[in-house]
Design a protein around this ligand. Structure first.
Ligand SMILES: *Cc1c(COP(=O)(O)O)cnc(C)c1O
Length: 395
């Protein structure tokens, strides 16, 4: 039997090679050229006013925090309210800038719970970091409202959300900055890259210097419009080497052409899972929020004895994943352990079932049949042992 894996990226190989070939023939693989085309294409697709192509979403998240901190005069030790149920990039980005991640709990969508967020707001809170888990918007609209009312900035970790729409509009315009990932197993695959999208034109302008070592070509081009003396640029601050390149952008341009169709197939797979799994009450499915057209990066369920269930699935060559363990289980975030009980308990029960474009209807049936067998076998085993105990109470 062939293995059924969690994620397998799909590339349109000939079309992608043709796009990359253009870079090679032109002799231009770095910053500029395809990176500019891809930024334009992403703005067209999402309707967002600004987009800057970076080498990863992790870099984008770092700069999101950094630029807001600088612009809004945040101090070291100021707080950002965030979720413990995420990939570590989200919260590392806060620490990179000497700010403090304050964890709030999650709701049924495995996204931040607005009530818990409000309870964590202090006079040092500056922003909320929201993660759209698996492409879901959860109660993002309520978080937007809280930020407006309490004067907080809003950062959207949209790593899973390429193509997610809320009430018909692509997500992103609600937040001060949204960061997308185009890492190989995300919905819009390259090898590694991402997009940082600021709402404010000035920050979009500024971030371009931060991603390339503080180099400011604008001051030069303003004074030398003929374009000679290219070496006479100014360097305005240190900055980082975070910008994207034309090879990644070439891959992204092709993946973007298929994103709508690919996400529709992901939603089809999710519907097939729903159809079979709805009948088993021991399997709790994570609901998609009303009004959300999810990119369906993940299909998540919660079960008791998660680790056992995954090992049993592995015996049938089915390899699901876990997104995520609660981050406060990690040494470096243990200061907040115990503050988010729902996230902690969900983190112990979550399974992400295989979800990628090569899965067929038959693959999904095979996963469901194995999963239902395992869950029901466990249930009947535990019933038998209850029965045995009842008959032999002294054993
Ligand atoms: C993948 C991921 C990131 C980081 O993306 P990279 O492009 O790999 O840096 C950040 N946040 C979440 C929620 C992710 O899943």
């Amino acid at each position: 039997m062939d293995p059924v894996n969690l994620f397998v990226p799909s590339f349109r190989i000939e079309e992608t090679l043709a796009e990359i070939r253009q870079c090679l023939e032109k002799g231009w693989t770095g910053l500029g050229y395809k990176t500019v085309d891809f930024e334009e294409a992403w703005k067209d697709y999402t309707g967002l006013p600004h987009a800057h192509f970076v080498n990863s979403a992790t870099a984008g998240l770092h700069l999101a925090v950094r630029l807001l901190k600088e612009e809004r005069g945040w101090q070291d030790g100021d707080e950002i309210i965030t979720t413990p149920l995420t990939f570590v990039s989200t919260n590392h980005a806060i620490l990179y800038e000497s700010l403090r991640p304050v964890f709030a709990d999650v709701d049924d969508h495995l996204c931040l719970d607005p009530a818990s967020v409000e309870s964590r707001i202090s006079d040092r809170t500056r922003a909320i970091m929201f993660v759209g888990m698996g492409g879901n918007t959860g109660r993002f609209q309520d978080i937007v409202e809280i930020c407006g009312r309490r004067g907080l900035s809003l950062i959207l970790d949209a790593a899973h959300m390429a193509g997610t729409r809320m009430n018909g509009t692509h997500v992103g315009p609600e937040s001060d900055v949204s960061v997308f990932s185009f890492q190989a197993v995300k919905n819009l695959p390259t090898a590694d890259s991402g997009m940082v999208c600021f709402r404010d034109a000035r920050l979009d302008h500024a971030v371009r210097k931060w991603t390339w070592l503080g180099i400011d070509k604008d001051t030069f081009s303003r004074t030398h419009s003929k374009g000679s003396y290219k070496w006479h640029y100014d360097v305005v601050h240190d900055g980082f080497k975070y910008h994207g390149n034309s090879i990644m952008a070439a891959m992204g341009l092709v993946s973007l052409r298929y994103l709508e169709q690919d996400n529709a197939y992901r939603r089809q797979i999710a519907a097939w899972y729903d159809e079979r799994l709805v009948e088993e009450e021991k399997i709790r499915r994570v609901p998609v929020a009303p009004g959300c057209l999810s990119s369906r990066h993940l299909y998540q369920i919660l079960v008791d004895n998660r680790d056992e269930v995954i090992l049993a699935l592995n015996e049938s060559q089915i390899y699901p994943g876990v997104h995520y363990r609660d981050n406060t289980l990690y040494q470096m975030y243990r200061y907040a352990r115990g503050t988010c009980p729902r996230s902690m308990s969900a983190g112990g029960c979550i399974i992400s079932l295989p979800l990628h474009l090569r899965l067929t209807y038959a693959d999904v049936q095979r996963v469901c049949t194995s999963l239902l067998d395992i869950i029901r076998r466990r249930v009947s085993l535990s019933k038998e042992s209850d029965h045995a105990e009842a008959q032999h109470p002294s054993d």
